[in-house]
Design a protein around this ligand. Sequence first.
Ligand code: SAM
Length: 225
Amino acid sequence: MERIPEVEVIGEVADARQFNEFMGNNRFRREGYQQLARQAVAMGIPRCGKALDMGTGPGFVAIEVAKLLKGTEWQVVGMDMSLAMLGLAAENAAKAGLNGSLTWREGDVKAMPFADGEFDLIISNDSLHHWENPRAVFDEIARVLKADGKCIVHDSKRLQHWWPWMFVKIISLSIPIDFRVHWWNSIRSSYTVDELREILQQSRLQNWQVKEDFMDLTVVKEKVQ
Ligand SMILES: C[S@@+](CC[C@H](N)C(=O)[O-])C[C@H]1O[C@@H](n2cnc3c(N)ncnc32)[C@H](O)[C@@H]1O
């Protein structure tokens, strides 16, 4: 199946609100955010440092990371090109009592407003399939990540066979129609593991691995550059 790209930024207030409502109230999604945050922190990070959530949207993953690192000297930054999303992220952080330990930055992941080697940990969830130029983004990750920094980029993968699609269509019956279509479009605009490996090989990021499961793929960089 050919890749059908989605728009890069979720910039409209109504779209951002709808995303926030649905994802924030969905138990399975919330568990997914918590699991990714736990996986990132368990990769072995220093006692203090700086973490970045790229394409943070309403900040769900950044907030889960900040909860895990509460009481430490870690700083967590959530970045997105959508001001509508960042407004919701700040609201969500305030509701979780976490505004002090989180910073929200507007910016493009293709050209990040950060210094070389600024981050110890970089995370991203469900944003890769939106990026117009993923190779440029992985170059940027290589630049802003410390040499011994850790990175985890998680996304859906483009399903190539009828049986996982059948599974998606059946599960979709339990979610509102708007979100059903949104989910299918995300899958259609995602990468296959082979496509992602090719992009990573052309980028400046080193020591990466691509892991996959039934529906998703994850780029992990644990070793020193
Ligand atoms: C599907 S949402 C995922 C949000 C969040 N990570 C989550 O898991 O709930 C994708 C987000 O990536 C952001 N995004 C896409 N391309 C971007 C870019 N080039 N720079 C910054 N943010 C970007 C979008 O604006 C959107 O908020």
